[in-house]
Ligand binder design. Structure first.
Ligand code: PEP
Ligand code: MG
Length: 570
């Protein structure tokens, strides 16, 4: 039995066989061959095997993920069966007497290069399809398995170096019981996705992929951040009990689903949910969310081959607004960059992606992308209570520029005869220290703030949120962070505006009492944290939390704050 320690990223216990998601080794040597005809046959066999495999994946994807996700595999099938690609490969085998692997790779690389250099965006995207298909055919030639999580058909725990947000979004909840990764932190987006999918997860174990083999029995303890490999039957039994207790606790919280979030002394706060797709709404409603406090729209742009159209976006935003039946929905405009990539945008690699060309910086530059999103949002605004916020605002000029573009699009729509809601609140994420420090000035111009502590903490502490070696610096209760949060809330209130928080800190048991004391108006978190937070807030006295807050703001260290909160709330 082996034990790994990591970061508890998503609550719950999962016990199942390991399924390793690792990059296959597709290396080979270029060889001269004697029998080109046999080699061509070998190549054709690999093509056929790839074809059968792709058809299976496409059919499964259609059922499990919908026709738009399945379209990716349809495109792969087209490439695979294109004589313009396969013909030159066969010719090369015959004319140069080289093995199929080398003929395939060299020909495909040439096409990839050619497509990548084309002006037409659609053609450039075909380069990615050719790369994927080449990988698949190579894997059959070399007899190496390439794993595809959407093909999983038994209960498993995924073991990976890292999972991208789109890998996570594609996981089939029916079979994927949990996951564990070598890298990542509590606020990496794969962890955030795991919470909204309610998949127990432990990230940042450093060595999961080295220690765990396919088929090993694994326990993922997402409550404590532990992973047990090939546990004893006694330990499995113990964990089954813990899992039952956790489920019983959840059933207790579930009784609060239709209750208001009111402190013991009668102060109401709003408990909202963070969502990534319209599908997450079910969880928001099941967990008694009073609003959507953060709709991370970038997930609409991921796991696909090109930008979503205005119409696709309009449908998604409308679905969320209608689904919330008039309750507030705060939609954040595109926040791409950092750990969220869009391969089809082909942005150059950066030394420091979290400090780079991302979010509003990209939108103000690539205005076509931004304007399409704003138009879709404005058109959807008549279907509910829409509020729009801009991510990663560092200066007032950025906010003013973004607001002016929004206003221009609104006027254009109105002149086209389209309907737009009269009043749409416009806010910003406060996730950059400069903005928190200047919050009093921002508060004069914005309608609300939403504090994004995942980034605010990484930027204040200068500690990459993806790097588990510096994860000890993710310190939401540090007096430094608490003071910044206070500045933002006070600045909003001084101008009669509201302040919310949509970073993971908003759902944190130790932070909640302090945030209540600081006067935070809206707490937005993973839907699965809402009922637990409601149960906690209903037991707290706001007046007492204000006194506690006064004390902790003047403390020196995080551990002092934790102790003070525990003493005040037990
Ligand atoms: C944040 O930074 O706190 C936030 C909510 O945004 P994201 O996690 O998507 O960067
Ligand atoms: Mg952020």
């Amino acid at each position: 039995m082996t034990f790994l320690h990591g970061i508890a990223a998503s609550n719950g216990i999962a016990i199942a066989k390991a399924y390793r998601l690792v990059e296959p080794d597709l290396s080979f040597e270029k060889k001269t061959i004697e029998e080109p005809t046999t080699e061509v046959e070998r190549f054709r066999k690999a093509l056929m095997q790839s074809n059968t495999e792709l058809e299976g994946i496409r059919d499964r994807a259609k059922v499990d993920l919908g026709a738009d996700k399945a379209a990716i595999f349809e495109a792969h099938l087209l490439v695979l069966n294109d004589p313009e690609l396969t013909g030159p490969i066969e010719d090369k085998i015959k004319s140069e007497n080289v093995n199929a692997e080398a003929a395939l790779k060299e020909t495909a690389d040439m096409f990839v290069l050619m497509f990548e250099q084309m002006d037409n965006e659609y053609m450039r995207e075909r380069a990615a399809d050719i790369r994927d298909v080449t990988k698949r055919v190579l894997s059959h030639l070399l007899d190496v398995e390439i794993v595809n999580p959407s093909m999983i058909a038994e209960e498993v725990i995924i073991v990976a170096e890292d999972l991208t947000p789109s890998d996570t979004a594609g996981l089939n909840r029916q079979f994927v019981k949990g996951f564990t990764t070598n890298i990542g932190g509590r606020t990496s987006h794969s962890a955030i996705m795991a919470r909204s999918l309610e998949i127990p997860a432990v990230v940042g174990t450093k060595t999961a992929t080295e220690e765990i083999h396919n088929g090993d029995l694994v326990i993922v303890d997402g409550l404590k951040g532990e992973v047990h490999i090939n546990p004893t039957p006694e330990l499995v039994e113990q964990y089954r009990k813990i899992s039952k207790e956790f489920e019983a606790q959840k059933a207790e919280w579930a009784k609060l689903v239709n209750e208001k979030t009111v402190s013991a002394d009668g102060h109401h706060v709003e408990l909202a949910a963070n969502i990534g797709t319209p599908n997450d709404l079910k969880g928001v409603i099941a967990n008694g969310g009073e609003a959507v406090g953060l709709y991370r729209t970038e997930f609409l742009y991921m796991g696909r081959e090109q930008l979503p159209t205005e119409e696709e976006q309009f449908e998604a935003y409308k679905a969320v607004l209608e689904g919330m039946e008039g309750k507030p929905v705060v939609v954040r405009t595109l926040d791409i960059g950092g750990d969220k990539e869009l391969p089809y945008l082909e942005l150059p690699k950066e030394m420091n992606p979290f400090l780079g060309f991302r979010a509003i910086r990209l939108c103000l530059e690539e205005q076509g992308i931004f304007r399409t999103q704003l138009r879709a949002l404005l058109r959807a605004s008549i279907y509910g209570n829409l509020k729009i916020m801009f991510p990663m605002i560092a200066t007032l000029d950025e906010f003013r520029d973004a607001k002016a573009i929004l206003e221009e699009e609104k006027q254009k729509l109105l002149s086209e005869g389209q309907k737009v809601a009269d009043k749409i609140e416009l806010g910003i994420m406060v996730e950059i220290p400069s903005t928190a420090i200047l919050a009093d000035q921002f508060a004069k111009e914005v309608d609300f703030f939403s504090i994004g502590t995942n980034d605010l903490i990484q930027y204040t502490m200068a500690a990459d949120r993806m790097n588990q070696r510096v994860s000890y610096l993710y310190q939401p209760y540090s007096p430094s962070i608490l003071r910044l949060v206070k500045m933002v809330i006070d600045a909003a209130h001084a101008e009669g505006k509201w302040a919310g928080m949509c970073g993971e800190m908003a759902g944190d048991e130790i932070a909640i009492p302090v945030l209540l004391g600081l006067g935070l108006d809206e707490f937005s978190m993973s839907a699965t944290s809402i009922l637990k937070a409601r149960s906690l807030i209903r037991k707290l006295n706001k007046a007492d939390m204000e006194k506690l807050t006064q004390k902790v703001l003047n403390m020196q260290t995080t551990s002092q704050v934790i102790e003070a909160v525990k003493n005040a709330t037990n």
